[in-house]
Design a protein around this ligand. Structure first.
Ligand SMILES: [Zn+2]
Length: 584
């Protein structure tokens, strides 16, 4: 008999605990406490409830749960003493086929890890579609996490246990992901096409980039959309409503990547809506508006050091002077576009008329650790942070490190250090505010000379411009005060300013309502990173849905991950949002 959510909602608490006892190793208290929170609207809500029980448990209970897990390829595995669930998972990960060297490495890692943290290393080794982590990937993750702090590592083990339980629950309830598995498979397929042999780089108008565009167009067509690739390389699919002349709701994201990037950054926001449209089309279901999915050709600025090429063309702000800009090989953008068969004289025609557009809604991987820390699969974005960048030059007096008394120095680096710490302190005081000194140099410095000059960069971002500007004013005032006290010269140059793009409340409300209907707690957060929605906000109302990012929130890196289940939840929310969409 297949166990259904309905049955789990109706059965007695004891049956519920009994049915779910295999999800968590030797820890029946978890389903026991979740039983009291029934009924669950969705399977996602049940998963959230189980994970919430673990998060709210005492540390002793959490440690007990972690310690109930076997070591990866440990003695218990070799002696055949694991639970049925663990045995299957370790076998599927190939851990039962380790070479002698791999086994020795794993045993050493197990011992070091246990000695450092006092609990076993936990990793959800089985992938969402069966193709889990390789043994090399497991060993790499193990070595990486061995360097973590204890509290972070305990939290990570609990998250991995949550993921293991989620996969076991999927198996128990025979959950067939409607969208998640497809989104992951498609991400893998185009993630394999790169400008570089051993990592993912997909820069503007390279062979890999054009191949990716063609594949996106093919999937859009298959899903039932009218498709075209426009003169700047945007892949545009339109799922027509049955109302002639209907306005379009726009969605999409970018398919280019940074150098050595991740598979989901940008791409999720194209592939997820295609999967959703495919589903609608298979059911013969039309929306009361046209849905346009745009795979933006360029957002990251890798090849021509100019960002948002695709989305700027769509809002009619493509800078035609960029066509003469050359890449590192001396190939101009005009040449690259022409060679790819694009007619640059038609770029202006890419611009949409604002009156034809209802809004723009972008789905994107979070690229940060906030949702991961909150234990939530999705979040609704309130605003895309505006940023300010400055170059700061400090001039002191270079003199002998041995003969100049401490009170007689004009040390530019010491002044810089005070400024750096003030940036950290000032930006730590408000939730949506972040400040970074990413470059810090003592030009021509030597070990035995007091720094006569120091250069630093400043990047300040906040969800709203007033918060950011107030912080910038304070930081620049503080820099002046520090320099005056230390008799240091100060020169500040603004190099960039982009206004924040607030998400439209009427769209945020509808994304939040769809999240709630999916049984997921609504969590609103600002986006610290720039996105295509930032450009679109200059033309129409925008909103964004974030999907949780795995691996500590790492992005712009091959370690960027997302789970099929989180992609599924995001897609269900997006589909529901489309079905219930109310125009302004
Ligand atoms: Zn992105």
């Amino acid at each position: 008999m297949t166990i259904t959510l309905d049955h789990l909602n109706r059965c007695g608490a004891e049956d519920f605990t009994q049915l779910l006892h295999g999800l968590y190793e030797h820890s029946p208290w978890i389903p026991e406490r979740a039983a009291a929170q029934r009924p669950f609207a969705t399977i996602a809500a049940l998963k959230q409830s189980l994970q919430g029980v673990v998060r709210r448990a005492t540390e002793d209970e959490q440690l007990g749960l972690v310690r109930a897990h076997p070591e990866l390829a440990g003695k218990a595995a070799l002696a055949g003493e694991l639970t049925a669930e663990s045995t299957g998972e370790q076998a599927q990960a190939g851990l039962t086929h380790c070479s002698a060297d791999e086994l020795a490495t794993l045993h050493k890692l197990n011992a070091d890890y246990n000695a450092k943290f006092g609990f076993p290393f936990i990793l959800a080794v089985k992938g969402p579609t069966g193709n889990g982590l390789s043994r090399q990937e497991i060993i790499a993750a193990f070595s990486r996490r061995l360097r973590s702090q204890r509290d972070d590592e305990l939290a990570e083990c609990l998250r991995q246990i949550g993921r293991i339980a989620e996969m076991r629950l999927n198996q128990l309830l025979q959950v067939e992901l409607q969208f998640g598995a497809t989104i992951m498979e498609w991400s893998e397929a185009i993630g394999a096409w790169s400008d570089d042999a051993d990592n993912l780089t997909c820069a503007y108008m390279t062979d890999a980039h054009r191949k990716t565009a063609a594949q996106l167009a093919a999937w859009m067509k298959e899903a039932g959309m009218e498709v075209a690739i426009d003169p700047v390389g945007n892949v545009v699919g339109r799922y027509k409503s049955n109302k002639p002349g209907a306005k379009a709701l726009l969605t999409g994201s970018h398919y280019d990547t940074v150098r050595n990037g991740g598979k989901y950054d940008g791409r999720e926001g194209i592939l997820l809506p295609i999967a959703v449209v495919k589903h609608l089309n298979q059911r013969g279901e039309r929306l009361p508006f046209d849905l346009e999915i745009i795979g933006f050709s360029e957002e990251e600025g890798v090849r021509y050091q100019s960002t948002f090429l695709g989305s700027n063309a769509v809002i009619g702000k493509f800078d035609m002077a960029l066509l003469d800009k050359a890449d590192a090989q001396g190939i101009t953008m005009r040449e690259a576009l022409t060679a790819a068969g694009h007619d640059v004289s038609k770029i202006a025609a890419v611009a949409r008329k604002p009156e034809d557009v209802l809004a723009f809604v972008e789905v994107h991987i979070e690229q940060g650790p906030v949702l991961l820390g909150k234990g939530l699969p999705t979040g609704v974005v309130t605003s895309i942070a505006g940023s300010c960048r400055y170059q700061v030059e400090l001039t002191g007096l270079a003199s002998h490190a041995g003969t100049t008394p401490m009170i007689m120095r004009k040390d530019a680096a010491a002044a810089a250090a005070e400024i750096v710490l003030y940036v950290e302190d000032r930006c730590g005081r408000e939730r949506s505010l972040v400040g970074t000194v990413g470059q810090l140099q003592v030009p021509d410095g030597s070990v035995n000379v007091i720094p006569g000059a120091c250069k630093l960069s400043l990047d300040i971002r906040a969800a709203d411009d007033a918060t950011r500007d107030a912080a910038v004013t304070d930081i620049l005032n503080q820099a002046e005060a520090v320099c005056a006290r230390r008799q240091i010269g100060l020169k500040v140059t603004k190099i960039m300013q982009a206004p924040a793009a607030p998400c439209a409340p009427w769209l945020v409300k509808q994304l939040a309502a769809a999240t709630e209907r999916a049984g997921i707690e609504v969590f609103e957060l600002p986006s610290g990173a720039g996105h295509d929605a930032m450009a679109l906000a200059r033309m129409t109302d925008v909103a964004m849905l974030f999907t949780r990012c795995g691996n500590g929130g790492i992005s712009h890196n091959p370690l960027e991950t997302m789970t099929a289940d989180d992609a599924e939840v995001s897609a269900q929310i997006f589909l529901d949002f489309l079905r219930q969409f109310q125009t302004k």
